[in-house]
Design a protein around this ligand. Structure first.
Ligand code: UN1
Length: 512
């Protein structure tokens, strides 16, 4: 690590006090409150941003709406070239940005770098995509007619992101939206506002050089009120929101009320099934990273382990043993495995959850607890815990954004799949097995009901090339790879008559 956090902040242009509203190179004045960002790593104030007031918000929407009219005329591969250069800039700033992500959010530095890598990857993906936004051609039933479909830019996209992936989730949306010809208005989490300042500065450097219109990349910092303005705004045809189910339901109601398009990526309650035929070395490693990586704060975190009775005792003792070796502490120190939770409110939710586990009859296998003393001054460091539970417990049915792993025993595979599916969320799932029958059943229509289903891999750490998202209360949206781009565009079906008569479809005769 070549430099400290102060050098990282200054190379990213993040100041002590920052305007929090931007239409690109212009930062807008706002009378909104100051959001202070304290690092969960050491509890220190990193910096602050002014949140948007309604006037600044309206100015942003006006600018982005104008910009869309220009931007949609740029040929898609030219927009792709802009995104390619954003990718180059991200390569240049990978280390300082990774460091800021780690320091402001609390994930390990290597995961911070990994998050910036996801941004670079989605840029590369979007560049290729900019030449592949193609529709189909169909055969018309009428002679001398041609029918095809095309995909046009949709409009300004509202992007609401969570603290846990403070930069990557924005980029999955923004890079696709940009090559699709849309403009973006980003409302970052109020827990990680400085990451948004850094990203906007990186983008500005490229956009100014390339002559991209002001308003293509906008940021509006703030809390729920800003999210509400965006959701209710008829100028914003698509709202992509990542976060809690509670937030997602509020956004969905408001966006659907005006018949806008919601793209939701909400909570997960992800399970790994470990069968009697699993390679236990792989299973334990996958479960361990899935459960304690990012201190249990990924929406793909492994929350439940559903283990076959024949291997249950062995899995249990190996896991307990592995948890004993975890080192918890400053995430910028590569020797540590587990960093802090995002804030004290998250610590409280973690403690409440552990209390509920015990109250409902769960057996604690690895004790949790809040750490104090040297190195833990922020009050946000907690011990990853393991409990033996029943799938039906109310607390097990919920997503607690913290490193608490639930162990559940099963005897037959159908029962295990039933438990895996027996929650309201449907994001990620895995099976650890060497059995082709178990694997195929898990991946079949009778198998996992999640948006992501893995074999011999944990539940977290998806690559950008696939569509990312899930079913049920996870919200149904898909972001990132595959054909997720289609939601950022509008489809148009075109039928052209090049003949000299006008035959009607379905053979209808209409003559006067
Ligand atoms: C999230 O937690 O919101 O699959 C996203 C993963 C990451 C993304 C997680 N690529 O764990």
């Amino acid at each position: 690590q070549k430099f400290g956090i102060q050098e990282a902040l200054s190379s990213l242009g993040v100041k002590k006090k920052n305007p929090g509203v931007s239409t690109g190179s212009k930062w807008l004045k706002s009378t909104g409150a100051l959001i202070e960002s304290f690092s969960p790593v050491d509890g220190k104030l990193i910096g602050a941003v002014y949140e948007a007031d309604e006037k600044a918000y309206r100015q942003v929407v006006e600018k982005t709406t104008q910009a869309f009219k220009e931007w949609r005329k740029w040929p898609a591969p030219k927009r792709g070239e802009v995104v390619r250069q954003v990718g180059e800039a991200l390569r240049k700033y990978k280390e300082p940005l990774g460091k800021l992500v780690s320091y402001e959010m609390g994930k390990s530095y290597t995961e911070g770098l990994g998050e910036v890598q996801e941004m670079i990857d989605i840029c590369d993906f979007a560049v290729g995509l900019s030449r592949q936004l193609h529709g189909l051609t169909m055969h018309s039933e009428r002679p001398q007619h041609r029918m095809y479909e095309q995909w046009h830019p949709l409009g300004p996209v509202g992007i609401i992101t969570a603290f846990n992936f403070p930069v990557a989730v924005w980029s999955w949306n923004a890079m696709l939206a940009w090559v699709c010809g849309d403009t973006c208005v980003w409302k970052p989490s109020e827990k990680t506002p400085l990451c948004s300042i850094a990203c906007q500065n990186i983008v500005n450097e490229v956009f100014e050089r390339m002559g991209v219109p002001e308003g293509v990349s906008c940021v509006v910092n703030g809390g729920a009120q800003v999210g509400q303005w965006l959701s209710a705004d008829e100028n914003i045809p698509l709202i992509s929101a990542t976060g809690s189910v509670r937030m997602g339901k509020a956004v969905a109601r408001t966006v659907s009320e005006r018949l806008g398009r919601p793209l939701l990526e909400l909570g997960g309650n992800n399970a790994i099934i470990i069968t009697a035929n699993a390679d236990l070395d792989i299973a334990i490693r996958g479960a361990l990273f899935g459960a304690v990586g990012t201190a249990g704060q990924r929406c793909t975190t492994t929350r439940r382990l559903i283990v076959h009775e024949n291997v249950y005792e062995e899995v249990k003792s190996r896991l307990v043993n592995a948890y004993g070796k975890l080192s918890i502490g400053n995430p910028l120190d590569p020797a540590n495995h587990v960093g802090p939770l995002i804030d004290k409110q998250a610590v409280k939710m973690y403690e409440d959850a552990l209390r509920k586990v015990k109250k409902e009859g769960g057996r604690i296998l690895v004790q949790g607890g809040v750490l104090s003393g040297k190195g833990y001054e922020s009050g946000c460091y907690v011990k990853p815990a393991i409990a033996e539970v029943e799938n039906e417990y109310e607390i097990v049915q919920q997503e607690t954004f913290a490193p608490i792993l639930y162990l559940i025993r099963f005897s037959d595979i159908e029962e295990a799949i039933g438990m895996q599916n027996g929650v309201k969320q449907g994001l990620s799932s895995s099976i650890m097995t060497g059995s082709m029958r178990e694997m195929e059943l898990f991946l079949s229509a009778d198998g996992s009901d999640c948006g992501i289903a893995n074999v011999n891999i944990g539940t977290s750490g998806a690559e950008i090339g696939g569509a990312f998202g899930g079913e049920k209360e996870t919200g149904g949206g898909r972001e990132s790879g595959s054909d997720a781009w289609k939601v950022y565009m509008r489809r148009q079906t075109n039928t052209i008559n090049y003949g000299d008569t006008l035959p009607l479809a379905q053979g209808i005769k209409f003559a006067i």
